[in-house]
Design a protein around this ligand. Structure first.
Ligand code: FE2
Length: 237
């Protein structure tokens, strides 16, 4: 068994880059992001300090609130491993932080994306339940390539790039939006042209990881997404 990965210490330049990313994006999100996200972010002191957060501190806070925890990974991991972690209420994060000259473009997610983008919503019981159920369904469908692709599309258009409705307004939510200044502004400009979320709709919509999004979906009710996911899974067996 491999030894657990350990978060490194960072130098002043890296902390400065994180601080710049955090301050710029927190201000940008103030009137665009869902309260579901912002309230959780602001309540996590580990994420609001001006230095790069410690994974174990964020993990401990998640554990107290929704029973989730964080696991350090070296980078992207196989989809089956990802499903298994989610099913056990574990989210994975890398620990490398982009350089100052990479503020707005990355080929692979860094720790700012994995934590600033993904961790706050896991403080919400309904969203956390969706993520666990998503992992369980993914585990159960291991080897069914068509079904796994459908699940990846659901993850993409909801967890990474979804909008959620709050008080009748579409608010930005997905981690790919939350962690990117450029994506936030691009998505916000398209907010009057969102597609209404249906499971069938997202599962039949291809995505490209290398291009800026042109299609965003609006989720009205997270428990309803869980019900649809369960019904879809039941219908496959
Ligand atoms: Fe992500």
């Amino acid at each position: 068994m491999n030894a657990p990965l350990i978060q490194p210490l960072y130098d002043e330049v890296q902390h400065g880059t994180w601080s710049l990313l955090y301050r710029r994006q927190r201000e940008n999100l103030a009137d665009k992001a869902a309260r579901l996200y912002l309230d959780a972010l602001d309540g996590m002191e580990s994420l609001t300090e001006p230095t790069i957060p410690r994974v174990e501190v964020m993990s401990a806070q998640l554990e107290k609130t929704t029973g989730w925890g964080l696991v350090i990974v070296p980078g992207l991991i196989p989809v089956d491993d990802f499903f298994s972690l989610l099913a056990r209420k574990r989210f994975c994060t890398s620990t490398w932080v982009r350089r100052r000259d990479q503020l707005d473009y990355l080929e692979e997610p860094d720790m700012f994306h994995d934590t600033f983008g993904h961790v706050p919503p896991l403080m919400d019981p309904e969203f956390a339940l969706f993520m666990q159920r998503f992992g369980e369904v993914g585990e159960a469908l291991r080897g069914n390539d068509e079904a796994v692709l459908a699940l990846q599309r659901l993850y993409w258009f909801f967890v990474e790039f979804g909008f959620v409705e709050e008080r009748g307004m579409p608010m930005a939510f997905g981690a790919g939006i939350m962690s990117s200044y450029g994506e936030t502004n691009h998505a916000w400009d398209l907010r009057s042209d969102l597609r209404k979320f249906t499971l069938e709709g997202v599962m039949s919509t291809p995505f490209k990881t290398t291009e800026i999004q042109q299609t965003y979906f609006l989720i009205k009710d997270i428990p309803e997404v869980i019900r649809e996911l369960n019904a879809w899974h039941a219908g496959l067996s």
